[in-house]
Design a protein around this ligand. Structure first.
Ligand SMILES: O=C(O)CCC(=O)C(=O)O
Ligand SMILES: [Fe+2]
Length: 293
């Protein structure tokens, strides 16, 4: 079954429905291809300096460049894309809040072989999350066109409901082909992998992922983004990076202080900040689907 495509104006609710059904969906032309060209220009010095991967999973002909909040204004905007956050809010709506999990340009070089098929949520030490309980909602933006030949991500629509820890091969998958400016959205439970690059050109993708705020982030945002830069960021992005509590109590500093105080003291909420809201949710037993931002 090929991956379903929707156009860039599709409502987040509709995309979330497709993700619930298939575990993946391509949103065509979410931004103009020119945005992706500018992103590449902006990141060029960092992309050039990034080392090749050390193993077959990360890819020995693949460069992975992170720290994108510190390095790119365009990436910062894409991280907060309202349509994407709308989808993520729905897919992860069973938890109180979610946070940014990682920012990474994945540049699959010519001659790269196919990445092993995996679930991204295996990063959580292979914890067997219950089927249907999504912990991650991911985007992979095409910075160049994604074609079967140049290493378009291989996906298995519907595999988010498969058993865990399966060993699947390229033959089980479909290529998520799309034009630059489009994005593949997929859950952490979807079986997928980077494709083999049989073209002569590098395939550039931008992986921006989000996870429940009670899980550890894959890319450590507090250490990847220097404090001088963090001080200049908008509150919404800081909250998404993890300068906020996860669920009710996770991540405060010392005397129950709001973590945002470290970078923007004027934004601090006193005590638990959102305590009244948190308490009312505990009292009425609802799990809440409010994003903390
Ligand atoms: O670059 C891609 O197409 C996918 C890479 C991937 O799935 C991963 O590194 O986890
Ligand atoms: Fe992956």
């Amino acid at each position: 079954m090929p991956v379903e495509h929707v156009d860039g104006a599709t409502a987040p609710e509709k995309i979330a429905e497709i993700l619930a059904r298939d575990g993946c969906c391509v949103v065509d032309r979410l931004v103009e291809p020119g945005v992706m060209a500018r992103l590449r220009e902006e990141l060029a010095p960092h992309l050039e300096q990034t080392r090749l991967g050390p193993d077959d999973f990360t890819g020995r002909h693949t460069r992975r460049t992170g720290g994108l909040i510190a390095r790119s204004a365009i990436a910062r905007e894409l991280i907060e894309d309202s349509q994407v956050l709308g989808v993520v809010g729905q897919v992860l709506g069973h938890a109180r809040n979610f946070q940014l999990h990682l920012t990474q340009v994945i540049a699959i070089g010519a001659g790269e072989s196919a990445q092993p098929i995996h679930r991204d949520q295996w990063a959580f030490d292979f914890f067997p999350f219950p089927k249907g309980y999504e912990v991650q909602c991911n985007t992979l933006w095409a910075m160049t066109d994604f074609t079967e030949e140049n290493g378009a991500t291989r996906v298995i629509p519907g595999s988010h409901l498969y058993e865990d820890k399966l060993q699947l091969g390229e033959g089980d998958t479909e290529p998520a082909e799309m034009e630059a400016g489009s994005a593949l959205l997929y859950t952490g439970s979807l079986y997928h992998g980077g494709g083999a690059n049989r073209s002569g050109e590098t395939r550039f993708g931008l992986n921006l992922t989000y996870a429940l705020a009670w899980l550890r982030q894959e890319e450590n945002q507090y250490l990847s983004v220097p404090r001088e830069i963090a001080k200049e960021l908008p509150e919404s992005l800081l909250r998404l990076m993890g300068y906020a509590r996860g669920a009710y109590a996770l991540g405060y500093i010392d005397d129950l202080r709001d973590p945002i105080e470290v970078v923007r003291p004027e934004l601090s909420k006193t005590g638990f900040g959102d305590l009244p809201d948190a308490q009312s949710q505990l009292r009425d037993g609802s799990s809440g689907s409010r994003q903390s931002r």
